[in-house]
Design a protein around this ligand. Structure first.
Ligand code: ATP
Ligand code: MG
Length: 245
């Protein structure tokens, strides 16, 4: 960790960056993950590094689809594992969703490192990619999934998704909820629900929202979803990146 004082204006941002660097050093995050993070940082800067109303609305919709899901699954890559391991474990527990490792750059060692990392943070089961179950419409390493996980899921929560797989999951009839700071990415556009916020801020809020809505009647959850428009949310987010409001 760095020795920055809390009063440093970039204290939070630089500590998040340190977490990604630590992820690379531990073999959890790929070196490409640093570039992904840099892109995220740039968009976070543009939205003022805070959770905006469009994210809060998307968090409510994501909570509702996770609570209504029959087989929700949380897909974890190297960046998410480095940034929010405790929150991913808590989210899995509260939404009854297994965690499943799924990474773009093929590496058995890194898949294992992510699994161990999540277990160290309290996960009981972490599903791994298999050759028995493969996603259609996709050619990368991300097509290999677990038959009881992403393969049979009706809702997949995928922070920091790549556009190709988001599209493939949607074509397979699954709902996708994602966290992506770039409102223009293909992922953001293709997902059912896009939370345009830093995953570090969004996950605790999502967990809190699920706790709040856990006893809510399904009719109320369905209403939250029916009122939600991902397109409008992305327009608001895009406007915020351009005008600051
Ligand atoms: P697409 O294929 O969907 O167009 P992409 O190629 O732009 O996506 P990827 O590298 O596949 O992007 O995915 C990373 C995305 O995650 C980027 O849009 C980036 O802005 C975003 N991102 C990076 N770090 C964070 C973070 N900490 N919180 C939320 N989003 C992040
Ligand atoms: Mg991509």
């Amino acid at each position: 960790m760095n020795n920055l004082s809390k009063s440093h204006p970039r204290y939070v941002s630089l500590n998040i960056r340190e977490a990604i660097v630590a992820g690379v050093e531990q073999g959890v995050t790929s070196i490409h993950g640093l570039i992904v993070h840099g892109r995220g940082e740039a968009f976070d800067y543009l939205i003022g590094e805070k959770t905006r109303l469009f994210a809060i609305e998307a968090i409510a919709a994501a909570a509702a689809i996770l609570l209504l899901a029959e087989h929700p699954v949380i897909s974890v890559n190297g960046n998410a594992a480095a940034l929010v391991p405790d929150e991913l474990v808590d989210l899995g527990k509260i939404s009854n969703a297994p965690l499943e490792v799924n990474i773009f750059h093929a590496s058995k060692e890194r898949e294992k490192a992510i699994q161990n990392h999540l277990k160290k943070h309290g996960a009981s089961v972490v599903l791994m990619p298999t050759e028995q179950a493969q996603l259609s419409f996709i050619n990368s390493n991300r097509k290999f999934v677990h038959p009881d996980g992403i393969f049979k899921a009706d809702v997949v929560f995928v922070p920091l998704e790549d556009g190709d797989r988001c599209e493939a999951l949607r074509k397979m009839g699954k709902d996708v909820a994602t966290v992506d700071l770039n409102p223009m990415s293909r992922t953001a556009k293709r997902a059912s629900v896009t939370i345009v916020d830093n995953v570090v801020r969004a996950l605790p809020l999502l967990i809190q929202k699920i706790q709040e809505l856990k006893e809510a009647h399904p009719t109320m959850l369905k209403e939250i979803i029916s009122k939600y428009s991902n397109k409008e949310i992305l327009q608001d987010a895009l406007q915020c990146t351009r005008t600051g409001v």
